[in-house]
Each structure stands twice: as C-alpha cells, then as structure tokens.
Design a protein around this ligand. Structure first.
Ligand code: ADP
Ligand code: ZN
Ligand code: MG
Length: 642
C-alpha cells in the first residue's frame, strides 16, 4: 500500500553490482575443514578398534602361567612343548593342551630354569621350536607403531590436501588479485560510444585519454596531469563503465579492484595488495588503476563510529602512500568511484591525490533515451516501440536500471516466443524494475481487497486534486514486492529541486491512503506503515535540512547522533513539534479532499476492485465524470532525432 514517488521506492538495481570476489579468502576454520577433521578422527578410532580386535583374535584363550607350566614340567605331566615366538603350546600326558607365554628374548630352557626346572626334567619333554608366523609376529611387534605412523601420514596428507587450495592462496594473497582488462581484448573493450549522456564527465575525461595516449606531448611541455580522478554519482549511473571507457579509448590496460574487497580482510593484506597493484600498473604503464567503491576504505579515519577498522585504515594509508610516491612521468592514472563522496576522508581529496572530481548525474530524459538506444542495439524492437515514451516514463532511473528494463522487456518477449520486443513489454518492465515482480498469487480476502482499493484510491484522489502533487499514471491493487497495491505517480519533468508546496502536497497525498482507510472503515491497518515512514522522513527533511519551517527558519540542523549533537535538546523538541504540525496539517487537507470528493473516491475504488489495475486514461475519465479536471502537462515532449 504505497504511494510511490518515482525516486524513493525502487526495485533492485539490475546489473550494477559486481559480485564481490572472494576467491582469495582462506577457509581455515571453516565448516568443511572441521568436518574433515572429524572424519579423520573417526577413521582413526575405527582403525584402533580394528587393531585391538585383530590382536585379541590372536590372543590365546586357554592360557596358563609360566610358574604352573614349570611345576607341570617338573611333575612330568607335560609331554611336548611347541615354542612359537613367545607362545608355548603345551601338550599334556592326558593329551589335553594349554597355552602359555614367555619372554620372547629368553630361550625356553633358561626361562624354565629360573622357575627351578632342571635340565633332566626338561629332557623328558619333546621341544619343538617353531618360527612364529611372520605376519603374526610383526603384527604384534610393530602393529601399533605402524598404525600410528599410518594415521599421522594420512592425517598429514588429508590436511595438506585441504589447505593446498587455501594455503597456496595464503602464500600469495599479498599479490594483487586485481582484474586486468587488456586493451587488445576487443570483447571487453568499452568506449565512450557505449556511455550515453554524462556529457560533462566525458569532456573532463577526454583530457586524461589524451594524456594516456600521448604522454610525451604533455610531459615535454611540463604539464602536470592529475594523478587521481574521483567519479561521484548515484549507484548505477555508469561510473565503472566510464572508467573502463577511458581505458578503452586510450588503449591502455585497466587494473581494477573494489574497496569492498578490502573489508573483512586480514590485517596487512589490503595494504600489500595495494602495493602490488601499483607495482603491476607501473610496469604496464601507461595504465589506469581503478578503485571502485573507494568509500569502503576511504571513509573518514578515526571517527570511532562502529569502532576503528585497522585493515581499512592501513589500506587507505597505503593508497595515499602510493599516490604520493609516484611521479607524473610514471604515466599511471588512478581513478576511483564512489556514491558517498560525503563520507570520504579529506586526505584523499588533497592536491596530488584525487584532486580531480567528476560528478555523474542521474540521466535526464534525453540521456535516458540514448541509454535505452544503446541497450537496444542487440535487441530487435517491434515497429510500435517508441523509446522516447519509455524515457519519459522513467524519471529517476539510473543507467543500470534502464539496462535492466531493456533486458526485462527482452525476457518478456522471449517468454512468449516472440522475435521482437514490443512497447508493451517495455512498459510492463518499467514497473517490474521499479517495484519488483507482481505477486498475482497473493490472494486478498474480499475485505482486504476493498481496503486496499480505498487506500490506493485515497492516494490517487488526493494526488489529483492538490495542485502541486505529481499526476497519477497508474493505480493497482495487485501486490508487488512488499506493497499490497500501488499508485504510480510520475512528475512531468525530471525534478532536480522540490519546493515547499510540492513537499506539502506530496505528504498529503501519501497520507491519502491512511485517511481513506480511517474514514471508511473507522479503523487503521498496518498497511500504511511504509507511507508513514515516508512522510515522517519528508517532514523532518523539510524542517531540519531544507529550512522550510517558518518557525525554525532557514537553518540546516544536520544529523543528531551519539557524540555529535549540533543543536540542543530544546531545538530537538521544537523540530519534533514542527514535524508533527506539518503532518497534522497535511492530514487535515487530505481529509478535506476525500470528504469533498467522496463520490469520486467510491468510483475509483469500485473500478479498482473490478479491474485491479487502472491506467491513466481510464482514471482521468473517472475524474472528469466526477467534476475533477486532470492535470495537464505544461510542455510538449520533443523526441530526439536519431
Ligand atoms: P556504477 O558503477 O555507477 O554503479 P555501472 O557503471 O556499474 O554503474 O553501470 C552498470 C550498468 O548500467 C553498465 O554496465 C551499463 O550497462 C549501464 N549503464 C549505466 N550508465 C550508463 C550510461 N550512461 N550509458 C549506457 N549504459 C549505462
Ligand atoms: Zn499507501
Ligand atoms: Mg560501479
């Protein structure tokens, strides 16, 4: 049940994130290692018990002591003795047999002599000396030793096998695992032609391309080319793409690592990887080193928020050291990207480091169309496709989102076994990228359906009546992602700024769902909880960040966190009071709209219950039928010539 302002709630960005590479991670202590150790111990226990079983099998059962043997011999009861190693097989006069043992190192006569048997008495006994069977002897004598040795050998082999993969890496993980893109590899080559929009950024970077292509020209005349360029922009705006394009244009190798790979690393590893990376790049110069997501290591040091991270600091320090240590003559340009320039350590931005900053904005309508064209290159489009319309309907989309929109469209076409992507495929993909896939299986009870319909109708109605709210493009009670239903509002233009009036109408429209529920069902559900979070954030932003509260005036109060309290408790409670007042007034306005246009609300809700999804054209007809004039777009859209 969300009113969705296009920039606030979005689906996952597609294609923008590279999975973190974890191949270097050592698995010691990991579950599989422990599991294998456990198996090894089990095998050992099994071998030991097998051994004692075998040993006891050879253990004679009917044994008698040597002293009684001696006594029997002296008494002449024994007729024959077979000596088998340390085992004595005794045969008695009554032809019974017994077994006894002696010390294997001493002979039988000596042994019996110590028990007082005289040679004469012994002479009456037939003595046969039999070599003990080799196996049995060795088994007894060496069994335990051999088994223990075997066990340790086995254990060692097992462990070395385990550790080999990881261990080899453990030995080499200092070396950079940077991905390298070779300029000769045409399949990987990206040029400026693959990056739409971002005009200013490209202009800035052309100079770097020139330098990398022809460093001598610049060095001869004593020009200093920046060592470090930092690309700043929202996720998916093409920072990584642009950095690769610089390398592609210049035809130099591109070494890239991501800051997030350094997090969770062993202390010291990050720093040595940075060192190796710079060394590799210098050898390959001219070259580009690209540090993606540099904010992951380049956050302000020593703030103590969340505890210090030694590894991060050491990695960052190493980057700084390397950048300070190389000369422009080394023809290596370091590029970095971040979507959080605000958290970067100022040390990174000092002259001689990342002193050149390039901002990449979210694409505007024209850029969006160009980006769509780039990604439509390999996709056969149907004759009805008008990319400018898609571009118009996707304010706030990043390049990465436009890429996945195109991709989703192609998937829809392929699913239906069609050879061409149609406009309808692309339109459906907009919502999919924005909100996540539809959940048709999510069945609503009759009452839930009614409630959701009135909730969404409330958003749509207030949006349409209040002059500064965005026009409604579509309303639906088919759940998507987390929302039970949604009202798609799109501004006419790409909005870079938002005024106080727009904020206030936005808050009222977002409250429209809550107000409709309360008024009609005399109750509120958990449905609008997301709406409430949105409006609270909006109202707080108005008061504390944008200076839009008359009472508190044009002051940006900043964030109040532990240990950093830029304003007093008194001001904090004044801010809270202002936020509450703004929301309360918005609620009053939303309530008035819904009361004044109760018939329209019922009509919209009824249509929703019937059709589940209502597009803009039908919605506007309902508005007109109820005496509400739909918003008109101010300017005509001018399509780009291709
Ligand atoms: P970032 O690094 O800023 O998060 P990426 O460079 O990884 O964004 O962009 C992800 C993908 O989105 C790119 O591979 C490309 O397909 C698409 N993309 C983003 N911006 C553009 C653009 N300006 N032109 C063409 N494609 C783009
Ligand atoms: Zn809602
Ligand atoms: Mg990136």
């Amino acid at each position: 049940m969300a009113a969705i302002p296009p920039k606030k709630v979005r689906g996952k960005k597609g294609g923008a994130s590279t999975p973190a590479r974890r191949s270097w991670r050592v698995q010691l202590g990991g579950p599989s290692f422990l599991g294998n150790l456990f198996t090894t111990v089990l095998i050992f226990i099994f071998l030991m018990s097998a051994y004692s079983l075998v040993a006891s099998f050879f253990e004679p059962v009917n044994t008698t002591s040597l002293s009684s043997v001696a006594a029997d011999v002296a008494a002449g009861k024994v007729t024959a003795i077979t000596v088998n190693g340390d085992t004595l097989d005794l045969t008695y006069a009554d032809s019974s047999t017994k077994i006894s043992r002696k010390d294997p190192s001493a002979g039988l006569p000596e042994t019996l002599a110590t028990y007082g048997v005289t040679p004469a008495e012994l002479a009456k006994v037939a003595i046969t000396i039999q070599g003990q069977s080799g196996f049995q002897f060795w088994m007894m004598a060496l069994g335990p030793t051999v088994l223990t040795l075997l066990f340790f050998g086995f254990l060692f082999w097992f462990l070395s096998r385990q550790v080999k993969g990881a261990g080899m890496q453990a030995l080499t993980f200092g070396q950079s695992k940077a991905r390298v893109i070779d300029p000769a590899d045409a399949s990987q080559r990206v040029t400026f032609a693959d990056v739409a929009g971002a005009r200013e950024a490209k202009e800035e970077l052309v100079e770097i391309v020139d330098f990398l292509k022809n460093p001598k020209k610049f060095l001869d005349i004593g020009a200093r080319i920046p060592k470090g360029i930092i690309l700043m922009g929202a996720p998916g705006t093409g920072k990584t793409l642009l950095a690769r394009a610089v390398a592609g244009e210049a035809g130099v190798p591109f070494f890239s690592i991501s800051g997030s790979e350094f997090v969770e690393m062993f202390v010291g590893v990050g720093a040595s990887r940075v060192r190796d990376l710079f060394q590799l790049a210098k050898k390959a110069a001219p070259a580009i080193i690209f540090v993606d997501e540099i904010d992951a290591v380049g956050r302000v040091r020593g703030t103590g928020v969340g505890g210090g991270n030694d590894e991060r600091e050491q990695t960052l320090n190493q980057i700084l050291v390397e950048m300070d240590g190389f000369e422009p003559t080394e023809k290596v340009v370091v590029m970095a990207a971040t979507n959080r320039p605000d958290v970067l350590d100022p040390a990174l931005l000092r002259p001689g480091r990342f002193d050149r900053r390039v901002t990449i904005d979210l694409p505007d309508r024209r850029d969006r169309e160009e980006i769509l064209k780039i990604h439509a290159r390999q996709k056969p489009l149907g004759p009805d496709v008008v990319l400018s319309v898609i571009a118009e309907r996707t304010p706030g989309f990043s390049g990465a989102e436009l890429y996945s929109l195109m991709n989703e469209g192609a998937i829809l076409a392929a699913r239906d076994d069609r050879k061409e992507v149609t406009q309808y495929d692309l339109i459906r993909s907009i919502e999919k990228v924005m909100l996540g896939p539809e959940r048709k299986s999510h069945l609503l009870s009759k009452r839930e359906k009614e409630l959701t319909a009135y909730h969404e109708a409330g958003h749509a109605l207030v949006s349409s009546v209040l002059p500064y709210a965005d026009p409604v493009h579509k309303i639906s009670i088919i759940s998507r992602g987390h929302a039970a239903g949604y009202t798609l509002k799109l501004p006419f233009d790409d909005r870079k700024m938002q005024s106080r009036k727009q904020f206030l109408d936005d808050i009222a429209a977002t409250l429209g769902g809550y107000v409709a529920e309360e008024m009609l069902f005399d109750d509120v559900t958990t449905g609008p909880s997301n709406d409430l979070a949105v409006i609270t954030a909006l109202a707080r932003g108005m008061v504390a960040r944008y200076g839009m509260s008359e009472k508190l005036g044009p002051i940006a109060f900043g964030e109040r966190v532990m240990g950093n309290e830029p304003y007093s408790e008194h001001v904090a409670s004044q801010i809270d009071a202002e936020v509450a007042r703004i929301i309360d007034e918005a609620k009053t306005r939303a309530t008035k709209v819904i009361k004044d246009h109760r018939k329209a609300l019922d009509a919209i809700a009824k249509e929703l219950i019937e059709k589940e999804t209502v597009e803009r054209e039908d919605f506007e007809k309902t508005l007109i039928a109820n005496g509400i004039t739909p918003k008109k777009r101010e300017e005509e859209f001018i399509p780009i010539q291709s």
